[in-house]
Design a protein around this ligand. Structure first.
Ligand code: FO1
Length: 307
C-alpha cells in the first residue's frame, strides 16, 4: 500500500515512529514542511526535515524532540562569546554537521531534495523524505505591534510572546512542489496528515501551488493536533484564530474540508464526532496522546483503518 505523509516537526516525527511500524516503510513517502527553514551563521537550517531525520534515524534529543541526542554547544558558545554572534537559536555541535553538509551541497548546486535524500541516506531512513519544495518559502508572522518576523524568530527568538495579526508565506506563490511530490500523492493509496500545526506546517505544505489540488482526488486521513481544545505541543492555538479557525478538532477539520476523507480525534473530543462527520469526513475516536510507541502505532493503524 503506497502511503504519503504530510509532516511538520516534533508531533509529526513522533507519529511517524508509529506509522513506520504499521506500513511497509519502503512504500512510504514523507513530505515535510520547509517554511521553518532559516539561514544562520551562513548555514541553511531545515528544522522540520532534521527533526524527522533525527527522530526516525534514532539520534534525536529525547526530551526536546528536536536537535541531537548527546549534544554539546562548544561552537555555539564560542560564536556568542568570542564573536558576538546571535545566540537566540542554538545550533549544537553535532547538529552543525548536518547544516554544514546541507549548506556545502546547496552551494555546490544540489537541490534541497537531493541533499535531503543524501542526509536521509546517511541516517538510514527506511522511507523517502522529500521537502515540500526546493524553492525558498519562508513562514513569516505579522505581529499586532507591526513587525514582520520570520517564524523561528517569533517562536524561539521572542518565545511566541507577540500577538499574531497574520501569518504569511514569502515565496509560496512562486514555489513548485519538489520532484516526486505530486507523483507520490497521485500514486498514494492514502495520504496521511500527521498531527502537525495546521497553519505553519500542514498549511504551509498546502500553500505550495499544485499540492492542495493533488489531494482532491486522493484519500486523505488526518489526526487532530488539538485535543480538548488545547495543543498537545507547539503553538497552533495562537495561530488558528489568525486564520479564522476554532481551536478544536472540528475547527481544524474545517480547514481541510475540501479534501479531508477521514479525521481521527481524541477520546476527549468524542462529543465533536457528529459535528465533524456532518462536515463530510469519516471520524474515528481513540487515544491520540503519543506517550508510548505502542499507542503511536495503534494511532497510525486507526488512521489507516479509516482509509
Ligand atoms: N527550539 C527552541 O526553542 N530553541 C532553540 O534554540 C532551537 C534550536 C533548534 C535548532 C535546530 C532545530 O532543528 C530546531 C531547533 N529548535 C529550537 C526547535 C524549532 O524551533 C522547532 O521546534 C522546529 O521547527 C520543529 O518544529
Amino acid at each position: 500500500m503506497n502511503v504519503v505523509a504530510l509532516a511538520g516537526g516534533v508531533g509529526a516525527a513522533r507519529f511517524l515512529t508509529g506509522l513506520v511500524r504499521a506500513v511497509d516503510p519502503s512504500a512510504l513517502t514523507v513530505i515535510a514542511n520547509t517554511g521553518d527553514d532559516l539561514r544562520l551563521h551562513g548555514l541553511h537550517v531545515s528544522p522540520d526535515l532534521d527533526t524527522i531525520t533525527y527522530t526516525l534515524g534514532g539520534g534525536v534529543h529525547p526530551e526536546q524532540g528536536w536537535g541531537r541526542a548527546d549534544e554539546t554547544s562548544t561552537v555555539a558558545t564560542e560564536l556568542a562569546q568570542r564573536y558576538g554572534r546571535p545566540s537566540w537559536f542554538t545550533l549544537g555541535d553535532r547538529d552543525l554537521a548536518t547544516h554544514l553538509v546541507r549548506s556545502e551541497r546547496l552551494a555546490a548546486g544540489a537541490s534541497l531534495s537531493q541533499v535531503t535524500a543524501e542526509i536521509a541516506g546517511a541516517w538510514g531512513l527506511p522511507f523517502v523524505l522529500l521537502p515540500m519544495t526546493d524553492d525558498p518559502v519562508e513562514t513569516r508572522i505579522l505581529t499586532t505591534d507591526g513587525r514582520d518576523l520570520g517564524f523561528q524568530r517569533w517562536w524561539v527568538g521572542e518565545r511566541a510572546a507577540p500577538a499574531v495579526e497574520r501569518v504569511w508565506l514569502a515565496g509560496a506563490e512562486r514555489s513548485r512542489p519538489a520532484a516526486g511530490v505530486l507523483t507520490a500523492i497521485e500514486q498514494a493509496d492514502v495520504v496521511v496528515l500527521c498531527p502537525s500545526n495546521p497553519v505553519v506546517s500542514i498549511g504551509t505544505i498546502l500553500a505550495v501551488p499544485g499540492i492542495r489540488s493533488a489531494l482532491l482526488p486522493a484519500t486523505v486521513v488526518g489526526v487532530s493536533p488539538i485535543v480538548g481544545g488545547r495543543v498537545v505541543r507547539g503553538m497552533a492555538d495562537r495561530l488558528l484564530p489568525a486564520v479564522g479557525a476554532n481551536v478544536n478538532a472540528a475547527g481544524v477539520a474545517r480547514l481541510y474540508a475540501d479534501f479531508l476523507d477521514g479525521w481521527v480525534i481524541d477520546d476527549a473530543d468524542a462529543a465533536l464526532g457528529e459535528q465533524i462527520a456532518a462536515q463530510g469526513p469519516k471520524v474515528a475516536v481513540t487515544d491520540t496522546i503519543m506517550d508510548t510507541v505502542e499507542v503511536t502505532e495503534s494511532l497510525a493503524r486507526t488512521v489507516l483503518g479509516l482509509a
